[in-house]
Ligand binder design. Structure first.
Ligand code: HEM
Length: 415
């Protein structure tokens, strides 16, 4: 790419526009930015008049690690940062900073330890086995809808004590609220879906005032009466954030994993032959799929980032999908290499806002890989995968596949 052929940010390429992420291959633009302008200005026709685009791994970690210089308090996604700020600012983990953020985060992290997640892990493993076995016995399916859509939703609903009859409703609201399935999806639908989710949790808590402290929901309710003095809106916003953070992202990683294995069967073979440990494969899947495109921050004071003068109040947006493919950090970044080590990807971000649910997401991806290894010999994409239209979530909402079963593993087959 020569200087003259570089697409201009905010003109030829509009990173706020979901269509540009869904329908264009921006990889050479990212590569150019990483090499020539790791921190670049992106004009925007609104208020603010633009934002900084952070493309390299080094600059990304500098922003993520320093929440005093780059706060999340006004919002952490373009959708809110370019629309007057997040209405949950200071009231929800992802958009709060400082001691209160740390206190609530510390409390909630107790629900994400290996022992706290043990029973959820069992249910996830059982669900993944059942879904994959069923899909493999049918041999063709839409992997996104028939398998991936079910596991993360079940896991987070399990943790949030959402009754099974409401899972489908949560799935619909969650998808509409975060990433859209067509270029014409309205922002209004997304806002309404978000309100529906908040309302739902308000009703759930009212109906279950006696929740035990062990579950996440119970822990949040308990915090209302403890010295934390969690307020009702903080509780609702955090439930919302857990539901969305926990569902769509993991789903996108799972779908991307199967697509990658279909396109690069030699990596699937390595996994099948036991040449790569599953946890290692999970990390490369997370890097490769980079389900969350960006993390947004606001500069709290005038500062300098990679030689660029950033003014107090400027919006600074870290692009995980670019940082995760930075050759300075990841040799041969364009190679899907399950045995990549080290693999300190930024798919869960970094620093004080490092994904709260990372352990759960890893459990889910592990369960999926184990189930695929148990029941599937080979997989191939049979139709056109459909991308989500979003400037935040990245991946596919439909992936028609053929799964060649491991005949000896399927129920009812002669052994
Ligand atoms: C592959 C799956 C996942 C990906 C890629 C992902 C990605 C991320 C990223 C990038 C952030 C940081 C946002 C920022 O810095 O602005 C984050 C934060 C968060 N994630 Fe996840 N996430 C995943 C799964 C989950 C799950 C399963 C849960 C819940 C059970 C969850 C809950 C959260 C919460 C509550 C935060 C806010 C933490 C804080 O600000 O202290 N995520 N996630």
């Amino acid at each position: 790419m020569t200087v003259d052929s570089v697409p201009r940010l905010g003109h030829d390429v509009d990173l706020t526009d979901p269509v540009h992420h869904a329908e264009r291959d921006l990889s050479s633009l990212w590569q150019w930015l990483r090499s020539h302008e790791p921190v670049a200005w992106h004009p925007y026709s609104g208020a603010p008049e633009g934002f900084w685009v952070v493309a390299t791994y080094r600059a990304a970690t500098e922003v993520y690690r320093d929440s005093e210089r780059f706060t999340s308090r006004h919002g952490n996604v373009l959708a809110t940062l370019l629309n007057g700020g997040d209405s949950a600012g200071g009231r929800m983990l992802a958009v709060a900073d400082g001691p209160r953020h740390q206190t609530i985060r510390r409390q909630l992290l107790r629900s994400f330890t290996a022992s706290a997640l043990a029973s959820t892990r069992e249910r996830i493993t059982a669900a993944a086995r059942e879904l994959v076995e069923r899909a493999a016995s049918k041999q063709t399916c839409d992997f996104a809808k028939d398998v991936a859509a079910r596991i993360p939703l079940m896991a987070i609903c399990d943790l949030l004590e959402i009754p099974e009859k409401d899972h489908e409703l949560m799935y619909r609201h969650g998808s509409t609220s975060l990433a859209a399935y067509s270029p014409d999806a309205a922002a209004e639908d997304s806002r309404l879906a978000r309100n529906e989710i908040l309302l739902y949790f308000a009703q759930l808590i009212r109906a279950r005032a006696d929740l035990p402290g062990e579950s996440i929901l119970g822990r949040l309710v308990e915090m209302m009466d403890s010295e934390v003095q969690l307020e009702l809106d903080e509780l609702l916003f955090n439930c919302y954030s857990l539901l969305l953070g926990g569902d769509e992202t993991t789903r996108l990683a799972m779908i991307g994993a199967v697509k990658a294995f279909s396109e690069m069967p030699s990596e699937w073979e390595r996994l099948r032959r036991g040449e790569v440990p599953i946890p290692m494969a999970v990390e490369e899947i997370l890097r490769w799929t980079s389900p969350v495109l960006h993390g947004g921050r606001t500069a709290t004071a005038d500062t300098v980032l990679e030689g660029k003068d950033i003014a107090a109040g400027d919006v600074v947006v870290v692009w995980n999908n670019s940082a995760n493919f930075d050759g300075e950090q990841f040799p041969a970044p364009g190679r899907f290499d399950l045995s990549r080590a080290p693999n300190r990807h930024l798919s869960f971000a970094y620093g004080p806002h490092y994904c709260l649910g990372a352990a759960l997401a890893r459990i889910e991806l592990t369960a999926l890989l184990e189930a695929l290894l148990e029941f599937v010999q080979d997989m191939s994409v049979t139709g056109t995968p459909q991308r989500v239209y979003s400037n935040f979530g990245s991946g596919f909402h439909s992936l028609p596949v053929q799964l060649e079963p491991r005949a000896e593993r399927l129920k009812g087959s002669s052994r």
